[in-house]
Ligand binder design. Structure first.
Ligand SMILES: [Mn+2]
Length: 289
């Protein structure tokens, strides 16, 4: 059960709120690029941490040039950036992160899979009632300060994000919450739900939050699955899967996996931007607060 929220509000993007409801259920397909062999730089949950994203891209050898109050970013020759989803929420600069991801995608330098927070923002931008919790309230405020037209552009971008990506002849899968082998390449609601949110065990932890099933422990697939969604103190390798959400927005690190090198590069957060209900790093006593 979701907790009730103090202040449900809506934020419409242009006129999209008046569009037929049917469009809300549009399924975004799997992005299948078997001929894309990389090399790739796959970035974990950014959650609006623009400064750390720029520092990470610089560390990965991307050229960053200021341009009209923003940045033009060029990958090292041959490399492509991939975002593992959850670009937004909780952090200080979600619109700037969206702008960066949108520009790089448009230029063919990046692609991005959808995260559960990205999907929730789609709902908000369509004028649906959303819960202003878990950092969504900050994103809504930040978006309200953006020029006209930006929200509609962001909505188009976010709506087009695939549930997961299959790359390099099927040897590499990028999915926000990971994806078990049987669901890889599938467009079913089950596959989409798994890729965006993972699977819960039906039990709650001491913080009243759902305990997620550890799909990676049972994973025996041939594809390397790169994912995020559940913050970990350090990149977590298990059975040909790797979790690269190292909790930047919680004061951890922003991490990228270089593929096929299978090396991770991490940049420390400049601040604790958000305090989660479940303490970060995991398995550490909650801070006195
Ligand atoms: Mn997530």
């Amino acid at each position: 059960m979701r907790p009730s929220t103090p202040n449900p509000r809506t934020l419409a993007a242009g006129s999209s709120a008046s569009r037929p409801r049917r469009s809300a259920r549009r399924q975004t397909a799997v992005l299948s690029l078997p001929a894309a062999h990389g090399p790739f730089d796959i970035v974990g949950d950014v959650h609006g941490c623009r400064d750390e994203l720029l520092a990470l891209l610089a560390a990965l050898g991307y050229r960053i040039q200021p341009q009209a109050g923003d940045f033009a970013i060029t990958p090292p020759p041959g490399r492509t950036l991939a975002f593992a989803g959850d670009l937004v929420d909780r952090g200080p600069a979600s619109p700037a992160v969206l702008r960066l991801a949108m520009a790089m995608t448009r230029a063919g330098h990046a692609f991005c899979v959808c995260g559960n927070r990205d999907l929730e923002l789609v709902r908000a931008l369509k004028g649906r009632t959303v819960q202003l919790t878990r950092g969504m309230e900050r994103t809504i405020e930040q978006l309200a300060a953006e020029p006209d037209g930006f929200r509609a552009k962001a909505l188009r971008f976010l709506q087009g994000l695939p549930s997961h990506c299959i790359l390099d002849e099927g040897r590499l899968v990028v999915a926000h919450a990971g994806l078990k082998e049987a669901l890889q390449g599938r467009t079913s609601p089950e596959a989409r739900a798994f890729a965006l949110r993972g699977q819960n065990t039906g039990k709650l932890d001491a913080f009243g939050l759902p305990i997620r099933s550890n799909w990676a422990a049972a994973y025996r697939g041939n594809a390397l699955v790169v994912y995020g969604h559940t913050p970990v103190a350090e990149p977590l390798w298990l059975n040909n899967t790797v979790n690269i959400d190292t909790g930047c927005v919680y004061g951890g690190h922003l991490t990228a996996l270089r593929y096929p090198e299978r090396e991770t590069v991490s940049i420390p957060a400049q601040a604790v931007y958000y305090r989660p209900r479940r303490p970060f790093p995991p398995n550490e006593a909650p801070a006195n607060a």
